[in-house]
Design a protein around this ligand. Structure first.
Ligand code: DC
Length: 235
């Protein structure tokens, strides 16, 4: 039996994670946060000295792709929904991941390892298997274009880089962190650039995706639009 699949793609900071979580709850579907997979691989590659500052700055290394692909293949990954934290918990080799993978630094590591075709191939099955158990909401960059081209409803959620930087600044300030708006905006632009221009599975909307620009919309407004569109597709 095939289960419904909802894909939400778009650049970082457009609100995909929040919307995906709320949709999964609303429709009682599973949730795939595909960015977390690339974040885990990026963080582990950095910790193991495979991903270096030189490589992050553009230096090439012949063995880099093979080493990161081997690391990716050796991981046993699973996801469990954590109702308390309203999030998906990542299980690596049987243990919950405790490292903070949500920082912009780890986002940059993720974006780097995500350019490697063999890493993307190594993560195909873990993503597609998520759709076998029940309906699925999947968020990322290539969910509707590469991973689930047969998805029931595809959404491309975007926002201007300024709006995304504003939101990130507010979020960090709410958490008591010091912020530098220009630095955050530059990081967002650099990540967009890398994600949109890589050779394999670049960030782009699927032809049949509903486009939503959330720059001037509240989360509730985005959510309502998504629900209406998905219900139409599920009918
Ligand atoms: O969604 P996120 O910010 O957690 O993603 C982190 C990085 O991982 C993103 O900059 C690019 C990469 N990524 C990807 O290439 N493909 C996906 N489906 C999800 C994320």
């Amino acid at each position: 039996m095939t289960h419904p699949i909802i894909t939400i793609d778009g650049p970082s900071g457009a609100g995909k994670g929040t919307i995906a979580y709320r949709l999964a709850e609303y429709f009682d579907f599973n949730l795939l946060d595909s960015g977390a997979l690339y974040r885990i691989v990026g963080l582990l590659a950095f910790k193991q000295g495979i991903l270096t500052a030189d490589i992050l700055n553009g230096k090439t290394d012949d063995e880099f792709e093979t080493k990161v692909a081997n690391l990716t293949q050796s991981l046993q990954l699973d996801f469990v929904i954590n109702q308390e934290r309203q999030a998906v918990e990542i299980i690596i080799d049987g243990k919950p991941l405790t490292d903070d993978i949500r920082t912009e630094t780890v986002g940059a590591y993720a974006s780097k390892v995500a350019t490697l075709p063999s890493v993307r191939t190594a993560l195909l099955d873990v993503q597609r298997n998520m759709a076998e158990r029940t309906g699925l909401v999947a968020d990322g960059r290539d969910m509707g274009t590469v991973i689930f081209p047969q998805a029931t409803a595809k959404i491309f959620l975007t926002a201007s880089s300024q709006a995304r930087a504003d939101r990130r600044v507010k979020q960090l300030m709410n958490n008591g962190k010091s912020v530098d708006y220009d630095k955050i905006l530059a990081e967002i632009n650099a990540r967009d650039e890398q994600d949109q221009n890589r050779a394999v599975a670049p960030l782009k909307p699927a032809n049949d995706a509903l486009m939503i620009d959330s720059s001037d919309l509240s989360i509730d407004e985005v959510f309502e639009r998504c629900v209406a569109f998905i219900k139409e597709k599920l009918a």
